[in-house]
Write a protein that binds this ligand. Structure first.
Ligand code: GDP
Length: 440
């Protein structure tokens, strides 16, 4: 069956791209344009007509890709039409009237690309991330994976395991005299090398997954110290209600920031204060839970209120930046501003000290997420299969017989194969494609 869908985004735009894939692509083009000459990979300006009525639909730029040299590996056509809703609807409606054509399911183009061997599973995941990427660092990571970086790495390791497995098989198939003396040592050495490489790769998993999800920062402090003001300052927009009345931020308010290319999610929480108010208490509980999960806490204190000092000590750990706010109101600087180097004196109102705060924040984020040129696992799925592979490698190392050793190696290779999608595909396909929408 040939499928079609709008592949560009919703909303009004200059141009919209409608994609068609399958054996009837070329015939659909002929019916839509009343013309039969489409050269492969060459753009052509055509008048689209409704094949049922002959009504003129739009002027479109038409591209035709003959399979397998296309995104899906099938015959593919692209119609670059004008981006108006009515134009798109009219063209989609005309396509639906053509025999053997039907609207695509979510992710169906990419699924076909996978089934035709154009993309492996990691490339598909990279592609999904690329489409979803909001910051530069996310885009870089996604692009490397979409281009097959992870596939290349995992296939390298997989063939190294298969080679080692083949060595073991010789020990099984041939008599002891025919097997080289150093075979065991060579196999052990190869396994050790793989274990080391995979372990080091896994140590970046946290950074890879966090870069996708964002670095979570939570702002903590008593009511009225300036938490919402700080969040607003960070967001440079009115994301939280700023008010003089204590306890107005009852719920958790979040803003998403792009900090030097890294995705950061900052949450302002209800003031940490014992409260009789049920709604506010719930907010405080939520703040505590949120703080426990955060990658970084910013504890805000009020320089006009020295009583916050004890609270500061309670929170001061490596995952905390402490901020003493409202320094515009005190002369000279209060003592608790100087208790530790990690305490930053600021005034959200005047902007004093805010650059230093931004520097501290950015440097924490960069340390947590930066991966340089290294490729890291980007999905929980990768992480768990890599652990599975390591388990089998460890088992192979201590296996009692050559047969069990070879079997453990086979299972280790299989775990890597499952990441790129050469084995055990069925059960993971639906999970991966659940992230996709129609037209991809
Ligand atoms: P929250 O309850 O911790 O979220 O505190 P808010 O952000 O609502 O701020 C409480 C009050 O302190 C508001 O009136 C703010 O305008 C004021 N405020 C916040 N930052 C500063 C500052 O740096 N200097 C001064 N003087 N006032 C501030």
């Amino acid at each position: 069956m040939t499928i079609f869908a709008l592949s560009s985004g919703a909303g009004r735009a200059g141009v919209a791209v409608i994609r068609i894939s399958g054996p009837a692509s070329l015939s659909a083009l002929e019916q839509l344009t009343g013309s039969g000459v489409f050269r492969e990979r060459q753009a052509r300006l055509c008048t689209l007509i409704d094949p049922r009525t002959g009504i003129h639909l739009d002027q479109a730029l038409v591209l035709y890709f003959r399979g397998p040299r296309s995104f899906t590996g099938e015959d593919v056509a692209e119609l670059h039409v004008h981006g108006g809703r009515a134009v798109i609807n009219a063209v989609l409606d005309a396509l639906e009237s053509i025999t053997n054509l039907r609207p695509a399911e979510p992710g169906e183009f990419t699924r076909r690309a996978f089934l035709n061997g154009k993309l492996d599973l990691t490339a598909i995941e990279g592609l999904a991330d690329l489409v979803a990427a909001e910051t530069e660092a996310q885009r870089r990571q996604a692009a490397r994976v979409a281009e097959g970086g992870l596939r290349h790495l995992y296939e390298q390791w997989r063939s190294a395991i298969v080679r080692t497995q083949a060595l073991m098989e010789t020990a099984i198939d041939f008599s002891e005299d025919d097997v080289p003396d150093d075979l065991e040592t060579r196999v052990d050495g190869a396994i050790d090398e793989l274990v080391q490489a995979i372990t080091s790769h896994l140590s970046g998993a946290d950074r890879g997954e966090r870069l996708r999800d964002g670095f979570h920062v939570v702002i903590l402090g008593r009511p009225n110290v300036g938490k919402s003001s700080l969040l607003n300052w960070l967001a440079r927009r009115d994301a939280a209600i700023v008010s003089d009345q204590a306890g107005t931020t009852r719920d958790v308010v979040e803003v998403h920031l792009d900090l030097d290319g890294y995705p950061v999610i900052v949450a302002d929480t209800a003031g940490l204060r014992r409260s009789a108010d049920r709604v506010e208490r719930e907010g405080v509980d939520r703040a505590r839970r949120r703080a426990a999960d955060a990658d970084l806490k910013i504890v805000v204190l009020d320089s006009t209120d020295q009583s916050g000092e004890a609270e500061l000590w309670e929170h001061l750990d490596p995952a905390t930046i402490a901020v003493v706010n409202k320094i515009d109101q005190v002369q000279p600087a209060p003592s608790h501003m100087r208790i530790a180097e990690t305490v930053l004196p600021v005034s959200v109102r005047t902007g004093a000290g805010m650059d230093a705060l931004m520097d501290a924040l950015t440097s924490r984020v960069r340390t947590a997420l930066d991966q340089g040129a290294e490729l890291v696992p980007i999905r929980m799925r990768h992480r768990s299969k890599l652990h599975e592979c390591l388990d089998h490698l460890h088992r192979a190392k201590s296996a009692p017989t050559a047969e069990t050793r070879a079997e453990d190696l086979r299972l280790a290779a299989r775990a890597l194969g499952a990441i790129v999608g050469t084995v055990d595909v069925e059960d993971i396909l639906d999970v991966i494609f659940a992230d996709f929408c129609i037209g991809k």
